[in-house]
Design a protein around this ligand. Sequence first.
Ligand code: HEM
Length: 314
Amino acid sequence: MTNRHFGPPHSPHRVDGMRGELHDIVAGLIDGIGDPGRIDLVDQFSYPFPVTVICRLLGVPREDEARFHTWADTIAASLDPDPDADPAERGKDSHDARMQLGMYLAGLIEERRKSPRDDMLSELATAKGPDGTMTTMELLSTAALLLIAGHETTVNLVTNGMLTLLRNPDVLRRLRADPRLAVPIVEELLRFEPPVQLLPQRTTLADIEVHGVTIPKGASLWLVLASGNRDPQRFEDPDRFDPDRRDIQHLGFGSGIHICFGAPLARLEAQLALSELARRLDNPRLLEDPPPYRQNAVLRGPRHLPIACDGIRP
Ligand code: HEM
């Protein structure tokens, strides 16, 4: 029901149709960078970019970011299986954040039902397609999932991407000369530094044999995508970042029927962001390596990425 308004066959141009708009958002953020001697790539670029994009796509007012930022952060933090955290306290925090985000989105959905606009929330709220209509609860959880999944992951792909490029200056130089290289670079990044490292709490529905070990039916599993992405039996020299690999079939977006819904958008955002950063930042360099990371075992990425450059090219 959601994909009807997002991808093929019913909305084949939705993501590609945003290309010009995405480019303008990227250009505006780079133009606004200010002092090239000290840039925090996360706060000044990698976070505001996907937030602006997902807000436009859904029809969530961008100026409300300060309101939903804390709720989204609390919900993202609750995905971290931190063994030291008090589960009762964390459960309460994330429950409260979900309730507040839910009430905020319920207000928006109500408005869009009364006066629909050209955005996905309006379409989802008013759709009477062959798949039927979403209940209010389905609509609320879908909207919350899209809003959070739409930016809490892409921020890390762009930041991990720039960090990896600055550690691999040859690749950065090649990208500057040929922006088409952004396509294999982003795929290799999703293998090498996946923003979603693991999928916790899966349960086997049957006995499964993996390399001679039987995992019994009903077992609780954590699927460590990042580890599969560096399996030496699958990838040659897996710890090397190499966008020239012939086969980069990674697990960065999961796999199977729940494979990432937003993958086409995330890919396009990261390709545009990295190729424009490579083209416009003059002699960029890291000011801190490694940078400070977010404390989250599921969503991996720097909290800040301090970099400097000699200037911003037009
Ligand atoms: C680099 C960015 C992204 C990464 C690495 C990523 C990763 C993932 C992964 C690994 C899953 C599979 C979860 C599972 O199997 O349970 C997933 C699911 C999902 N993603 Fe993404 N995602 C990204 C961006 C996005 C964006 C931009 C959106 C929204 C526009 C989005 C929406 C979703 C949704 C709705 C699901 C659930 C799909 C389902 O259960 O059927 N994601 N994502």
